[in-house]
Design a protein around this ligand. Structure first.
Ligand SMILES: Nc1ncnc2c1ncn2[C@@H]1O[C@H](COP(=O)(O)OP(=O)(O)OP(=O)(O)O)[C@@H](O)[C@H]1O
Ligand SMILES: [Mg+2]
Length: 363
């Protein structure tokens, strides 16, 4: 196990042409009446072409803020204070574009929103205007990015609605949003997001507002379309159970930082960070019949007053020593493309643990 200097670019380093987005050390501050606080504190992650990543963590840890910072749709009180977010577009992968440097309301950023990066979120009603038909609204999004005539646009709308599983799409295209059920509206929002063939789909808690059966259907739909269209997916959720069948690689966030990252199987089978372990113990398992769910003790600290040292130390069951409340741990390699930000995995801790284990075996 080795220490990696922080901030880190990525665990995996594929060909440049495969890398779609590289976020390095993203920091955001918010100016409030109580002063300035930092909801994002050096977030780093990467997304390759066609890859599905999950961003997980409890409410308030900065998942939505991370997505919104990339799309440059942060609240006025928020300011990007550090980092780079390099987008490598299809037509010019070698000329990366730093999203954090573009004017938030400029032409380039407006073209990237929707065209390169599309967003679906929890509340589909807010993606649609109540006074225009579904067809008009998806059609307008198509025409923003493509020069199509009326007939061709209408055909494309119907094709998209069919693709996302809206029954009788020819007829339902002329409905108003209030005539769709919650699940149908969520599907229509996915059609809207996919209308410009984006390279990256960000899905921010896309199914939290839906009942469990519809939730599973919508997740399956997102996964199928992501694979078929070879889009990259950034799935944001507070529910680790949701990412299990949806993504290849997981980033676990806590209080504005990534505390563990790894291939999805490694995160589930060999979680290393005490926070990830606690998160896993708090979700129901599909395989174990009788299990006790253990809530994580305490609550996420207010990001206005973060604790000193490791932000998780006062809820942690595996505190190593005083260092946990004094210093922020670095990212340590704990497996193949798998890292955890915890003092348990400093080389000195690991060799001490190995020594103890050998001693036990000798006795
Ligand atoms: N407009 C805002 N003004 C001030 N603080 C904000 C604003 N939006 C978010 N925050 C704060 O930033 C932090 C991160 O919020 P964020 O919405 O990214 O959390 P999240 O991980 O998406 O949570 P959830 O799972 O509840 O959606 C929180 O402490 C939140 O209170
Ligand atoms: Mg959120």
């Amino acid at each position: 196990m080795s220490q990696t200097a922080s901030p880190i670019p990525s665990a995996a380093t594929p060909e440049l042409s495969q890398r779609l987005l590289e976020v390095d050390n993203l920091g955001v501050s918010i100016h409030s009446d109580e002063g300035v606080f930092r909801p994002l504190n050096g977030v780093s992650f990467t997304i390759d072409r066609g890859q599905a990543i999950g961003i997980v963590g409890e409410s308030g840890c900065g998942k939505t803020m991370t997505a919104n910072a990339l799309l440059r749709i942060l609240p006025r009180s928020a300011e990007i204070t550090s980092g780079k977010a390099t987008l490598r577009r299809h037509h010019a992968p070698e000329a990366g574009l730093d999203l954090l440097q573009l004017p938030a309301d400029g032409r380039e950023m407006r073209a990237i929103r929707g065209r390169d990066i599309a967003l679906i979120f929890q509340e589909p009603m807010s993606a649609f205007s109540p006074v225009h038909t579904i067809s008009n609204q998806i059609g307008e999004a198509i025409r923003l990015h493509e020069n199509l005539g009326r007939r061709a646009t209408r055909d494309r709308v119907v094709e998209l609605l069919d693709l996302v599983g809206i029954p009788q799409p020819e007829r339902r295209a002329d409905d108003y949003p209030f005539q769709f059920s919650g699940g149908m509206l969520q599907r229509a929002m996915i059609a809207l997001a996919l209308s410009a063939n984006p390279s990256l789909l960000i899905a921010d808690e896309p199914t939290t507002a839906l009942d469990v059966t519809v939730q599973a259907q919508v997740l399956q739909l997102i996964k199928r379309l992501q694979r078929e269209m070879n889009i990259s997916l950034m799935l944001i959720t507070h529910d680790l159970g949701v990412v299990a069948h949806m993504v290849d690689y997981v980033y676990v966030m806590y209080l504005g930082q990534v505390v563990e990252e790894g291939p999805v199987d490694a995160i589930f089978d060999q979680p290393h960070h005490p926070y990830t372990k606690a998160l896993l113990k708090s979700i129901p398992s599909l395989t174990e019949q009788q299990q006790v769910l253990t809530p994580i003790r305490g609550t996420v600290p207010d990001s206005r007053h973060p604790p000193k040292g490791c932000p998780f130390h006062d809820r942690c069951e595996e505190v190593v020593g005083e260092v946990c409340s004094q210093q922020m741990p670095a990212h340590y390699d704990v497996g193949s493309k798998h890292r955890a930000r915890c003092f348990k995995y400093t080389p000195v801790q690991v060799s001490a643990a190995a020594g103890r284990a050998n001693g036990d075996a000798d006795e």
